[in-house]
Design a protein around this ligand. Structure first.
Ligand code: AVJ
Length: 320
């Protein structure tokens, strides 16, 4: 009989590192091998994502920003006054400023983010810029059950920009929208989603010429090496990103360049040449598709704002 000794503590013991380790083991044991894209965003990964947003080929962030700038006043009119504005996954609290610029001081802004440190920094900056508004940061995973400040007589309005919904499977997206509809009952949700377009345009956005997206993808392996002491060789994996048209999603994978064995906390995992670790899905929507999905989750679809090329869309959804 072989007795397995427990793995030694990870270099950075935290519940996040624990979850990463457990999810990475599960991914490497699975068929196909697949892990949540949320693990992209350590400090290095977040900086790489910021660099992606500046790339000429990566249109989503720029286009959403343009729509927010052009239509922020109209969106603010939809939001109205005496509101508790809740942002899901607020990060740097940059996008919301296009709304805050047109909203009065009778507002409570509740940014939700998993990183307390990041949130503290960005809300301090926001408080200086918008001294009139009340800011109530909430450190939490917004996909889980959460307790929000009592809205009192305020109407709740959600803000979920960035096509983050696209990281969920259709089933998870439906669940999230149902969860949000309960949380925001009597209020509304302003949600940004990327739209289906020519595959060449999609392909270019996830295969940039400078290789930043490839570095972002491979950073997952670097992060595992740093935090969990694994021995991935990022150069022995290729970045692969392609549009899966029937499933309406970009898929990102890390493809093993050769047969290789990696070690993660005393467990060995073999990769055949060409075997992949599926690191992200980024679903694309039609305007009607998003409206139907929202309706299935109990929302009443309202105004849609888009750019002239219809690359990206923001939707006003009402929670009856
Ligand atoms: C942050 C999920 C919207 O899917 O386009 C960018 C992440 N991945 N390039 C996206 C991402 C590769 C991004 N989202």
């Amino acid at each position: 009989m072989r007795v397995l000794t427990p793995a030694p503590p990870a270099p950075l013991p935290s519940s996040e590192a624990g979850a990463f380790a457990a999810d990475l083991h599960a991914a490497l044991r699975g068929t196909p091998r697949q892990i949540s894209p949320k693990y992209f965003y350590d400090t290095a990964g977040s900086a790489l994502f910021d660099a992606i947003c500046e790339l000429p080929e990566y249109y989503p962030t720029r286009t959403e920003h343009q729509i927010l700038q052009a239509c922020g006043r109209d969106m603010a009119a939809h939001i109205g006054t005496s509101v508790e504005l809740i942002e899901f996954g607020a990060g740097s609290c940059v996008k919301v400023q296009a709304l805050l610029d047109h909203l009065g001081p009778d507002l409570r802004y509740c940014p939700i983010d998993i990183s307390g440190e990041h949130l503290a920094l960005s809300t301090a900056r926001l408080a200086r810029r918008y001294p009139g508004i009340e800011i109530c940061p909430v450190v939490a995973d917004y996909t889980a059950a959460l307790s929000l400040p009592d809205a009192g007589s305020r109407r709740r309005v959600g803000f979920f920009p960035g096509s983050t919904l696209g990281n969920f499977t259709p089933d998870e997206a439906l669940q999230f929208l149902r969860h949000a509809a309960r949380l925001l009952r009597g209020g509304a949700l302003l949600i940004g989603v990327d739209l289906i377009k020519h595959p060449d345009r999609l392909h270019a956005a996830y295969n940039d010429r400078q290789g930043i997206t490839a570095a972002f993808n491979k950073n997952l392996l670097q992060r595992a090496n740093q935090e969990l002491g694994s021995n991935f060789e990022p150069d022995q994996f290729d970045h692969s990103a392609f549009y899966n048209a029937p499933l309406q999603r970009i898929e990102m994978h890390l493809v093993s360049r050769r047969p290789q064995t990696i070690e993660l906390q005393q467990q060995r995992y073999t990769f055949e040449q060409g075997q992949t670790l599926h690191t992200e899905n980024s679903y694309k929507f039609t305007i009607d598709g998003l409206r139907h999905l929202a309706a299935q989750a109990g929302w009443q679809a309202g105004t849609v704002w888009t750019d002239p090329e219809e690359l990206f869309s923001l939707h006003w959804l009402i929670a009856p």
